[in-house]
Ligand binder design. Sequence first.
Ligand code: ASP
Length: 296
Amino acid sequence: MEERLRVLREAASRGFEVLEGGGSALDAVVEAVVVMEDSGLLNAGVGSALTFDGVAELDAGVMSGDGLLGAVAAVRRVKNPVVLARRVAELTDHVLLVGEGAERLAEALGLLVPEGVLVTPEKLRRLEELKARWRRGEDFGWLTRLRRLVEEYPGLFGTVGAAAVDRAGGVAAATSTGGYWLKMRGRVGDTPIPGAGFYAAKGVGACSATGIGEAIIRFMLCRRVCDLIALGLDAQSAADEAVRRMSEELGRGLAGVAAVDAAGRVGFAFNTEVMLVGYARRGKVEAKLLGAPQSL
Ligand code: ASP
């Protein structure tokens, strides 16, 4: 746990350094997410989960209040899908590139890595363990998955994301994930879906989500958070209210969000047991496990 908190502190402070150096909110969220993708300790980039048949298919999305919007889904052999998502926005006329086509762009940009970087013997062993349990009849349906597995394998989930506001009042959000273990090949969750796994609105705020993608897409969670900020709520109240409404509609144990509003206030809310969060502002960098019993 301490190691993962260290990664979050590092991500938050690197993102903040970008802002202090005059970088945009977009630069900052991408920088922070790259730190988390490279850590190998969270479910994104190097640490990504594997599909049922043992491949790593990664999703990521990025959006700024200035209108930059890019995402990639089900990409293999890409260590930093958040960087590829940004390049989709900057270099193409498209918003979302998937699979082989996205990998071709990654290859052209020098963003491909050998398969073994993302599919390691240790991960294949973990996959076999999970599959053995699935064969014995354990229920890994999407509604029970998070509640159950998170207790037994604390490192199993952990999509990463960031939201930031810069000096000029610009906002941006980025999210990156390996999805979840035992997912079908080709399954895409909320992470690369604008409004679901990430969203940013000019003069309003930005939001990044984690949790069960199928539920987050149904609820359009990040868009809802930003809409509530636009109605006048601060980031914390908007995050609380969106998650409360989601719990009412779809049940608990499904999701968490990190949000900022354009005034620079942060908000975290979740209806899962725990959520790891980190943030940085001038003179303060902090990472913590919210909602956790001390033993975690
Ligand atoms: N939201 C991710 C997905 O459904 C999983 C996660 O947050 O861990 O793909």
